[in-house]
Design a protein around this ligand. Structure first.
Ligand SMILES: NC(=O)c1ccc[n+]([C@@H]2O[C@H](COP(=O)([O-])OP(=O)(O)OC[C@H]3O[C@@H](n4cnc5c(N)ncnc54)[C@H](OP(=O)(O)O)[C@@H]3O)[C@@H](O)[C@H]2O)c1
Length: 346
């Protein structure tokens, strides 16, 4: 194997709010073909998904599921990749996987850490991060397993026009719910009403969420799927129906905030109402991913699940692209393509 040219993003300092270029350095160097230990694979990264939680990993060590990224180390990120050398018989050369890697072209990882062991033929690396990717799987398991929707129930979704949210809203419709979205701006609300077919949308940037929820949910909210946290979560708690379920998926409103999480109150309401509030991680359902990916693909084929990807080009643009999640300028699942081969489907 020839030496490989490897480009890489290094975290140089802890960001303050949105990331800025000086928080990172960009390195480029020749990489000699590595000697793999048993169970290791060498991957060529094809595309990275920008996940809001990457911003959490840039914080000092603390309350994060995955370890804080040490200063001077590459930035970690979820990606779709092809195996180009292998010391694990389960992952022959040519295998296509989704995994955590670093923001770089090539990486040696433990095969045990692979999240999606096989990207099905017919799906590109971009598809594996988008329409049937981790965010779609998050929506699928979060709503169906944690939210447990029933026909006729009122489902409220925050961050509804985003990657996870758009899937939740539509899977809610597929399951017979009355779906209300919360999103930033008229364009996003129009998309939810027109393309996702939801029943109502609250534009939190121009409308009063509490007043709109009270008007739209006179009998209370049966399921609140929360991607945002903060004031919206509090308003939902104040308006939950008896035996309602609050699905804690993410808290994006707090990921850039220095002052920490907002405090949530009125929790006696959960007791009096028999209301369940439960967090989850999509990875908790990893053994069922193949079956869920099939179901998502079928809904897409049947025209029941609209999806959109915001694909930006070039590894060199990863840090600036991540910020789009926090200023709301991403138009769907935010993906950075880093190889010309990212659209290959086998
Ligand atoms: N539990 C899990 O396993 C899991 C897995 C994946 C993702 N997540 C979580 O799911 C959530 C959505 O992630 P995603 O990747 O699908 O991102 P996304 O929704 O595609 O993009 C983020 C969106 O969040 C909204 N937003 C950003 N800052 C906000 C703020 N301060 N207040 C209100 N809205 C804000 C913006 O939409 P607007 O323009 O509408 O403001 C932005 O477009 C995140 O909280 C993420 O951490 C959880």
């Amino acid at each position: 194997m020839q030496p490989m040219r490897n480009r890489q993003w290094i975290l140089e300092r802890r960001p303050n709010g949105l990331t800025v270029p000086d928080d990172f350095s960009f390195r480029e160097e020749d990489l000699q073909p590595p000697t793999l230990a048993e169970g290791e694979i060498l991957i060529r990264n094809m595309a990275f998904i920008c996940a809001p939680t990457i911003r959490n990993w840039m914080e000092p060590p603390g309350n994060s599921l995955y370890p804080s990224i040490p200063l001077g180390s590459p930035v970690r990120g979820p990606c779709a990749a092809r195996v180009i050398a292998s010391a694990d018989p389960n992952f022959p050369v040519g295998s296509r996987v989704c995994t955590f890697s670093n923001w770089q072209d090539y990486d040696v990882i433990s095969a045990a850490n692979v999240l999606v062991r096989t990207i099905p033929d017919g799906h590109s690396f971009i598809d594996a991060l988008g329409p049937v990717g981790m965010n779609a799987l998050t929506a699928y398991f979060g709503l169906l397993e944690v939210g447990q929707p029933n026909k006729g129930e009122t489902l409220l979704v925050s961050g509804a026009a985003g990657s996870v949210g758009l899937n939740v809203a539509q899977i809610g419709k597929i399951n017979g719910c009355r779906v209300i979205g919360i999103a930033g701006g008229k364009d996003k609300c129009d998309l939810l009403l027109d393309k996702a077919g939801i029943d109502a949308c609250i534009d939190y940037k121009s409308e009063n969420i509490a007043e709109r929820i009270a008007a739209l949910c006179p009998d209370g909210i049966d399921i609140f799927f929360d991607n945002v946290g903060g004031a919206g979560l509090q308003t939902a708690i104040d308006n939950m129906a008896k035996f309602g379920r609050i699905v804690l998926c993410g808290q994006i409103s707090g990921y850039n905030a220095d002052e920490g999480e907002e405090k949530i109150g009125n929790l006696m309401r959960l007791i009096y109402g028999g209301i369940r509030m439960q967090g989850f991680l999509a990875s908790m359902y990893a053994d069922r991913f193949p079956q869920a990916m099939k179901q998502l693909a079928q809904w897409i084929d049947e025209g029941k699940l609209y999806h959109r990807e915001d694909v930006r080009m070039g590894l060199e643009n990863l840090p600036t692209t991540l910020n789009a999640l926090f200023d709301g300028s991403n138009q769907g699942t935010l993906i950075v393509q880093v190889s010309d081969e990212a659209n290959e489907t086998a």
